[in-house]
Structures are given as structure tokens and as C-alpha cells.
Design a binder for this molecule. Sequence first.
Ligand code: ZN
Length: 250
Amino acid sequence: MSEKKSILNVTVWNEYRHERNEQACHDVYPDGIHGCIKSFLDPDPTLNVRLAALDDPEQGLPDEVLNSTDVLLWWGHMAHHEVSDALVEKIRDRVYRGKMGLIVLHSGHHSKVFKAVVGTNGNLSWGRDQNEIVWNLLPGHPITAGIPDHFELFEELYCEPFYVPQPDELVFGSWFEDGFIFRSGLCYYRGAGKVFYFQPGHEYDRSFYNPYVRRIIQNAVKWAAPNEIVYPIENGCPCIQYKLNDKFGQ
Ligand code: ZN
């Protein structure tokens, strides 16, 4: 029997290589992209926010951290291949058993974690940084609370076709200055868990300072939080060894 928790444990995982190795990126995110994200989640007293990075011990997610994480945010780009397959499997299992929500940001579309959890090669087309208009496609959705019908960013071009399964909920769609479009906010239910993919967050742009991007991520953390599941879910196919109709005296 799980109890409804009042505090959500949120872990912001970042590859954290660009910000340490490239001055232009360090200038935008001196505390790392994960540090920036933590800074706008921290004021919420219902969140306990921790940071994790690829070069931390056990790639930032030893069992005691992963197994106490309610919502995992994931930003990666240049080192997807370095992430341990065993860790990816643990993350997928935790999401599928409804223990943890997953939020994948920007170039995380090609991460092992996104590909394994959603079931996709994660491929898309991309191009130069340019003006983007993000359109709110589902104004009644919890993730779009407080977001206007559209807002503008300066971002790396990501465009269709995006070779992902049809999302369960398509929340945002984007137009780019060069005429391309992209499904930029996607919700998936996987197993008993929830996944949100959100396109903004190129390492040289400033999207994680945008108030609407911040609100969307704040909303997504609450949406992705584990549901109150009141029965055990294991990783397997349990054999049924009882008859429900016994209760009818047959
Ligand atoms: Zn990028």
C-alpha cells in the first residue's frame, strides 16, 4: 500500500560536459543546465531537488538515489553512448512499474533512456539556431497551465519527421523561422508510468531562463509524478492462481 507523498523527490540528471568544456556554454549555464533547472524548481516547498551528472560516481544514479527518485529529468547530448545499459534498464523498469516519472529534454531525444522507455530510434532532423514559436495545443492539459496560446524562443531547429510513436497526448507544436514544424511537447504513458518529452534546451541558447519554459517544466514535474498505485507491480508476468468466481460460491 503506497502512501500519497507530500514531498516529491526530483533528480535532475545532466551529462554536464558542454558546460565544463566549452566557454560559450559555460557562459550561458555557469552552474550547468541541471543547476539552472534546480534553481527554478527549488522555490517549490513540495519538491526536494537533487543534482546528478554523468561523471559522478555510478553515473550520478546509484541505487539509493534512483530508488528514491519520484521524477527524473534527463539532459544529454554528446555522451549518450557512455550511459550504462544496466542503468538504462533500471530506469525503464522504475518508470514501467509506476515508481518514477521521466522528463526528457531537448537532445535527450537520442538518449538511451528515451529510446528504451518510449520505444523509438529517436531520430529527427535539425539545423541552425533560429526563432521558434511554441504553440499551446492542449490548453486543458496540466502541463500547459499558465502558458499562453503561443510564446517565442530562439532555439536550435528540430523538425519533422520525428520518428517517435504517436504520443498519447500532443501538448506543444512548434513553428521555426525557416518554415519547419516540430511536435515539441509529447506525453507518453509507458507501463504504469508517465513520460514527457520537451524540445527546447539547446546548450548555447537561453531557453531554461524563459519563464514559460520554466513553468512548463514545473508543471511537467507534477504531471509526471507517480500516481497513487495501491497494488504491487513487479517486472514480470504473474501467474494467476486463484479464481475470482470463488467469491460467488461456485
Ligand atoms: Zn542542441
